[in-house]
Design a protein around this ligand. Structure first.
Ligand code: KIV
Length: 272
């Protein structure tokens, strides 16, 4: 496949499939607010995910389960106001699609209508196929999510690598094929062996986006707080930190406190 890169004015679900066909890797990052989304979009990230990881990064919860549909819509509408180029995908939160396709469609419609997002993301395969179908039938693009699906963390019990065993790997391949057949435009593969990602990626015409899934995925996604080094406590092997923003911010804020206390700030020039 070619390594060539094309300039795109606006990324659509079709663009992502075109990128896979051209052999151009897809970049995806999370954002949850206007200011961060503006920077991420200006840096030409192809897909912005308003992830339910907002539950952890923005609200301080231990898991993604507590975040509500209203809260996701609030984050998504803030992001949408900032974005000119990227495709914006929003997680449907836990409890808003698993139990009933009608509820799933209502949740997806609320996200699209109230935030202006371009697509939704859902965790799971066979178990949620009726919900996925119902949403796709309404004309709403769906991104799948397989492997370590954080909304099922209490079923898994740990955040370790998924689908190492043959049975689970086979189910993941079947689920990925099913999601493609139903009409999903891409699938996130989280924390699975690189060799399995390669197999899935080769079998699908739609792009795979990996997180902790190795180099063979058609694209990569990270949580922005992790990439920028705003979090210290989370340090999995797959994470590449591009900054140590926690330390840089602590230093800057510490300096501000010291300047206020010492009466260095504000100076003559900084007052009216
Ligand atoms: O919510 C999220 O940030 C995600 C990514 C980890 C893919 O689903």
């Amino acid at each position: 496949m070619s390594e060539s890169r094309k300039e795109y004015k606006r990324i659509t679900v079709k663009t992502l499939i075109e990128m896979k066909q051209r052999g151009e890797k897809i970049s995806m990052l999370t954002a949850y607010d206007y200011s961060m989304a503006k920077i991420v979009d200006a840096a030409n990230v192809d897909v912005i995910l308003v992830g339910d990881s907002a539950s952890n990064t923005m609200a301080g919860h231990e898991t993604t389960l507590p975040i509500t549909l209203d809260q996701m819509i609030y984050h998504a509408s803030s992001v949408i106001r900032a974005v000119q180029r990227a495709l914006v995908v929003v997680d449907i939160p836990f409890g808003c699609y698993q139990s009933d396709p009608k509820l799933a469609l209502r949740s997806a419609i609320r996200i699209m209508k109230e935030s202006g997002a371009h697509a939704v993301k859902m965790e799971g395969g066979e178990e949620i196929k009726d919900s996925v179908k119902r949403i796709l039938n309404a004309g709403i693009p769906v991104m799948g999510h397989l492997g370590l699906t954080p909304q099922s963390i209490y079923k898994f019990g740990t955040y370790t690598v998924r689908a190492r065993e043959e049975e689970e790997a086979k189910k993941l391949i079947d689920d990925a094929r099913l999601l493609e057949k139903l009409g999903c435009f891409a699938v996130v593969l989280e924390k699975i062996p690189a060799s399995l990602t390669k197999k899935v990626t080769e079998k699908l015409a739609i792009p795979t986006i990996g997180i902790g899934a190795g180099m063979h995925a058609d694209g990569q996604v990270l949580v922005i707080h992790d990439l920028l080094g705003m979090t210290h406590e989370f340090s999995p092997r797959f994470l590449r930190r591009y900054m140590n923003l926690y330390d840089e911010m602590s230093q800057a804020i510490g300096q501000y406190v010291a300047d206020v206390k010492s009466k260095d700030f504000p100076s003559q020039e900084e007052q009216y």
